[in-house]
Design a protein around this ligand. Structure first.
Ligand SMILES: Nc1ncnc2c1ncn2[C@@H]1O[C@H](COP(=O)(O)OP(=O)(O)OP(=O)(O)O)[C@@H](O)[C@H]1O
Ligand SMILES: [Mg+2]
Length: 580
């Protein structure tokens, strides 16, 4: 994990090394200061020697300034290194996620990916900053401080050896109890994030089902848990302060007690005692710092692992070694295709599909919910790879093609289609970044979108809010169809893409397709028979398998499932079927 994460430090390596270096210089200066103070008092003030006072005074000033400059430089370097590291981590994760296949994304879930890219990275950033500043400084100061104390007076210094074990035991007691609480707090944060994300994304549904109270309660529950756990953990951590003070004052008392006696007997000077007392502070503070760093390390470990998991995730789709970059035509063949989302051959979503579609054919796809219509079409542009068997486009296995070339040739309007915030033009140009305005208008006329776009005050420059919130369901669908058409695909797949469009407009779209893009293979998944009955052939899916395929008339004569759907939709059903 560490290797993966540190791989993202890159250009910030210099800062990451300079920060501890400056911190070390600062630390050394801090250790020297009490020693100089002792000299100043003993050689200068006690003896009333002005020359010595000047000498040590100026030296002290120089060391203090040096320490200050090193401190600031260390802070700047550490901030730059940690912010840069976090920046790289986020960018690397983002790039990784762009390469993810649908299967990879299914594995992580969107909410978790967002948490990993935000909260977890921030946590690692903070830990990194603390570590490069303190992990070097504190142990060094601790050892130096102790060394200096022994150097000044080896008979007095062992007092530390009595007090320090007490402090270590106390800190151990506090931290081992606080640590599991912090771990739980962070786990609960994930739940909190999930609740907030789900609610905010689905806020319209929440409101329309008047579920605000329920959602509030759900949120309060998680939020209260975070609060309680945090409070408990912080309460424990706050014991650190009194513990430190207790140890510090005991140390000082002991030093004063023994020190005073030694001064009287002449084996210690006043200056030495003063500097010993400064070392007390330094040594105990650094000891506490070392323990806090340990805590921080362990706490950020979970976040680090979550980040590394994303960075190490291999995309399940690969471009072949020698990719074919041209799709010759729009024919589609399924040969004994099985597919399972989990990869488990015992839980197939699609089984034994054999299907041959000629280039330019219009195929209607019909079937109950969950009959694997979306699954079937998603194998064509290689959104997923078949678990067994072969899917061919233009007579070649889809796995032989360059992914970009394949997806340019196969345009899909997904069932869960999405518009992005930006103008209509910008959204459409996802299909083809270089398309001219005339081209945009042409595809919009084809998709029956031109008319309503012109009715907007800003026309094609109308701003689409996030998720397409300011256009109607049917308008959104038509914009998505236009976007797909702009690619001039050889195969066009509409997955239930006109479900929110009225039947007359639906019919106009189909007629435009027939007249304007006759050579494009069209796969139209629909719930309404009226949307597909004039297709060249209709494919009826049932429970992941092909139940029947043929023209409307053939199916009416031979397929019981088709007959049933037809009967239901024309007679009593939704009255939606219109015959043109
Ligand atoms: N991302 C996924 N991960 C796991 N299972 C899935 C996933 N998507 C769909 N499934 C399962 O695969 C089966 C077929 O689903 P699919 O979405 O293809 O049905 P559909 O015919 O398109 O249904 P609908 O008419 O409701 O769109 C279902 O049992 C569904 O639970
Ligand atoms: Mg579907």
């Amino acid at each position: 994990m560490l290797k993966t994460l540190l791989g993202s430090v890159r250009e910030y390596k210099r800062d990451s090394l300079l920060a501890p270096f400056f911190v070390m210089c600062e630390g050394i200066a801090e250790v020297i200061i009490p020693l100089l103070m002792a000299r100043l008092i003993d050689y200068g003030i006690d003896r009333g020697d002005m020359n010595q006072i000047w000498k040590y005074g100026l030296l002290l000033l120089a060391v203090a300034i040096f320490s200050m400059v090193c401190g600031s430089l260390a802070a700047i370097c550490a901030a730059r290194a940690s912010a840069g590291f976090a920046h790289n981590l986020r960018r690397d994760m983002y790039h990784r996620v762009q390469d993810f296949s649908f299967a990879n994304i299914d594995k992580f879930s969107t909410a978790s990916l967002v948490t990993r890219m935000t909260t977890d990275v921030t946590r690692v950033q903070n830990a990194y900053q603390m570590i490069i500043r303190m992990a070097v400084r504190s142990p060094i100061l601790l050892v130096f401080g102790l060394g200096m104390a022994f150097y000044i007076n080896a008979r007095l210094a062992p007092v530390f050896l009595i007090v320090i074990p007490f402090l270590i035991i106390g800190l151990y007691f506090i931290l081992t109890r606080a640590f599991p609480l912090f771990t739980r707090v962070f786990q609960t944060y994930d739940d909190l994030n999930a609740v907030v994300q789900e609610n905010v994304r689905g806020v319209r549904v929440v409101k329309s089902y008047v579920r605000e109270d329920y959602e509030n309660r759900k949120f309060n529950k998680v939020s209260d848990l975070v609060y309680t756990l945090f409070l408990k953990a912080e309460r424990l951590i706050s014991l650190n302060g009194p513990l430190m003070q207790l140890c510090m004052y005991s140390c000082m008392l002991l030093f004063s007690w023994f020190g005073a006696r030694m001064i009287v007997s002449g084996s210690l000077t006043t200056g030495e005692l003063t500097s010993m007392l400064s070392y007390v502070m330094q040594i105990l503070m650094n000891l506490m710092m070392v323990s806090m760093i340990l805590v921080m390390l362990v706490m950020s470990k979970a976040s680090g692992e979550r980040i590394a998991e994303v960075l190490n995730e291999e995309s399940t789709l690969h471009n072949p070694a020698q990719p074919v970059s041209e799709v010759p035509d729009g024919s589609i063949d399924f040969e004994h295709v099985d597919f399972s989302y989990s990869g488990d051959p015992n839980r197939l979503s699609l089984h034994g599909v054999d299907l041959h579609i000629r280039s330019g054919e219009t195929i209607g796809i019909l079937g109950g919910t969950g009959s694997a219509k979306s699954t079937l079409v998603s194998l064509i542009p290689r959104l997923y790879d078949a678990t067994a068997g072969t899917v061919k486009v233009g007579g070649r296995d889809v796995r032989d093609y360059d992914l970009t070339a394949l997806r340019d040739a196969v345009s899909v309007v997904l069932q869960k289609n999405v518009l992005f915030s930006g103008t209509i033009k910008e959204n459409l140009r996802w299909g083809d970044a270089d398309a001219s305005d005339e081209e945009l208008e042409r595809v919009c006329r084809l998709a029956q979108a031109d008319e309503f776009i012109r009715a907007f005050p800003d026309g094609y420059d109308t701003y689409i809010e996030q998720g397409g919130a300011n256009v109607s369901g049917g308008q959104k669908q038509r914009l998505c169809i236009a976007r797909a058409l702009l690619k001039k695909p050889k195969i066009l797949i509409l997955d239930d893409s006109t479900s929110a469009v009225d039947t007359a407009t639906d019919a106009k779209i189909r007629r435009a397709f027939r007249d304007e893009i006759p050579d494009t293979t069209k796969l139209i998944v629909a719930q309404r028979i009226s949307s597909i009955q004039d297709a060249d052939r209709i494919l009826v899916l049932d429970d992941g398998g092909v139940a029947a395929i043929g023209t409307h008339e053939e199916l009416l004569a031979s397929s019981p499932i088709y007959q049933e759907i037809y009967e239901f939709q024309t007679r009593g059903g939704d009255g939606d079927a219109d015959h043109q």
